[in-house]
Structures are given as C-alpha cells and as structure tokens.
Design a binder for this molecule. Sequence first.
Ligand code: GLV
Ligand code: MN
Ligand code: MN
Length: 426
Amino acid sequence: MVTTLSTDIGISGARVVQRCDRLGVQPYSDLERGLFRAYLMPAHAATINTVASWMSEAGMSTRIDGAGNLIGRYEGHKPNAPALLIGSHLDSVYDAGFYDRPLGVLLGIECVAALSAEGRRFSFAIEVVAFGDEEGSRFPISMICSRAMAGTLTDDDLAGTDGGGKTPEQALDLFREWVFRPMHNIDPRSAARRSEDIIAYLEPHIEQGPVLQAEDLAVGLVTGIAGQLRFDVEVTGTAAHAGTTTMHLRRDAMAGTAEMLVSIETIAREIGEDLVATAGRINAWPGSTNVIPGRVTFSLDIRSGNMERRNSAADAIEQSLRAIAKTRGLDLSWTQLQDLASSPCDKDLSALMGTAMERAGHKKRALVSGAGHDAMVMSDLCPTVMIFIRCKDGISHNPAERVRMDDTQAALDVMLEFVTLLEARA
Ligand code: GLV
Ligand code: MN
Ligand code: MN
C-alpha cells in the first residue's frame, strides 16, 4: 500500500480542495459574484497561469496546445516515453460550484507532486491535462478541447460562434495574449495526439449524484458514461401588439414553447429508466411586456446509457413538437448540435482501478455516469478509466456543490495505488 505523503510535505487532498476554492473567485471567475469560467475568457487565462505554476512546482514542464489546453508533463525514466494522461476541465457552467472541473486536474498535480517528492518515476510519463472546454458554456457544442486532442474536431464544430459572433479560433487569437507563455499555434486541430504516445486517460471527478453519499463511500469506480444528444430548437410565430391581437388570432411562440416544454417532460417521464431530457436555456424575442413573442429558441439535452432509448426519445420529442407547432400555426426548426455516444470505460484498466481502490482500503462500488465527461471523447484516442469522489447531497452545477477533504485524500491514495499497479503491469 502506498503511504500518504500529505502530512509531512503538505501534498494532500486538503490542498486540492483549498486550491479549488481559491479558483472559485475573481480573477478566476468572469463574474464579480459567483463562478463562471467560460472557455478562452480572461478568467480561463488567469486560471491557466496559476495552475501552470502549481504544475511547475510539482516537477512538471508545462505547455499550452493549439486548443488552449494546459498540459504538464512529468517524464518517465526515459524521455519521450508514452504518457498516462490524468485530467479534467477548467471551464464551468454559469453560477457553478467549485469542484466540477478543476478537482480532477488538481488531483493529477497532487499525484505527480507526491511521486516527484519521493523521486519516483515510471516506464511511462505522466501528463496532467487541463482541458479548456468541456461544458460547452460558450460555443454551441461541448468538449471542444478533448475533441481537439482526440483528433475528432470537425470544421463544422469550429464554425459555431459564441453570443458575440466569435468562432473558437477568433477567441483563441485574443486569448493567446493573456496566458503566461506565447501561444505560437492557435489551430485547435494541431492539438490532436497520436495514440501511440498515450497509454490511457484517467479522469477523477466528483460524482455529481447522491449514490456514494447514500452508501457512505468516499470513492466509486465509473464503468461508463451515458450518451448525449444536444439540439437547438427555434419556434417562430408572429410578433404583434399585446393589446390589440385577440387570443384566437395570435401565433404566440412563447405559449407554443410552453406547451412543448411540458410535452418534453411528459415523454421523458413516460420512457423512464435512465432517460433524461432537459431544456436548460431559453430566449424569447422581442422581449417586451406589450409584444406577443414572435420567436423563441431553446436548448434540448437528451441522455441515456442506452443509445436506442435515447434516440427513440429524441424521435418522439421531435414528432410531438412538430405536432404542437402545426396545431398552433407556428414554424419549428430542429437542429442537432451534437451526438456523443455512450462510452464504456476500459475493462482492464477499470479492474486495475478496482484493485487500487481495495488496496487503498475502499470498496469497489461501480457506477454509471449520467454526466458527460472528457473521458467519453478521449475514448476515441485511448483507453479510459474514471473514479468518482463523493459529492455532498449529490448537488452539482450549483454553487452549493461541496466535496470533503478526506474524500479527496482517498481519491489521491487510490490514484497513487493505481499508477503503482500500472507500472507493475507494464
Ligand atoms: C457536463 O457536466 C455535462 O454533463 O453536460
Ligand atoms: Mn459539468
Ligand atoms: Mn465536469
């Protein structure tokens, strides 16, 4: 069993939590109150600059790739050895908690710091990867940065614009000036890695659900991640005077959308099992008290671990929305923005992680992730393995998100066991 180095030298799960908390406020947030860190915004650059200094302090060389991913590298016995990647993302949702994102990155840094303090190196290198976009909070698609690394980013993906009309490449052109070292290359496609250079991707993440807390467990083993579909739905009616247009002559895009949202919820509940459907963002135009809304757009996110269930739910929802639009004389545009297949974690590496959990004194509790993670994209490049860390009351994507320091220490202990077992297997 690997002994925990935390008490003597300050490397610990507690330090990971403290660092996450530090990254929860300005200048690491683009909001004055609350946390929002979108891809390639100033707070993202400030975060990279600080996290890079922690990487250097832990014994890693640092670089930023063409997609804005920060990468710290801890060499193996020999230079240029293939690497175990450990990572997660630095971006957040709007008004976020402090741990869905940097916890996995900072745990990776802590793991390397512990190894480096003991002078331990392996036949493989370790790279800690801090992805820039996972949540999709700024551009129409999510996981731009892991797609870039996995080499699956398409020209269409890069054509999407943010609310101000900028593409990711235009945003990179500004961002390059804010980070600690000049970015000579701002082509996200250049971030693609060769599979022969990578042995695996390990992602530690808070559970974002209530199971571990309910079972009084600090950590869990992720066996796979649910598949996601994202759509943009646009409902068009006629903007008209709210005082003069009688009710039966209206083409009210907002009232039609309200009926559609209830129908989405009804269909998802009827399908049941692990199927979930969410309209999380809505905009209405022209947005005046005395004008009937002429246009509404909303986002739709549909997930299930079972691809057939997920796809047939999407079909049923589309049909229902079209029927509602027809009855109300509205136009409907239904655009698919992304399709991320459900992604099982690698069986052999998960078995090794299970052994690491037992050796560190924890039960091997298997869980499926309903939340999306960079691991589901990285599985196109290399085998993936994930551990979950208990999350207070299962609350996430919310400032009330909390993680315990002793649970983070447990994750660190498991990770140190895992790299030791991986070396023994090599
Ligand atoms: C990210 O947190 C997602 O599940 O969309
Ligand atoms: Mn998230
Ligand atoms: Mn996350």
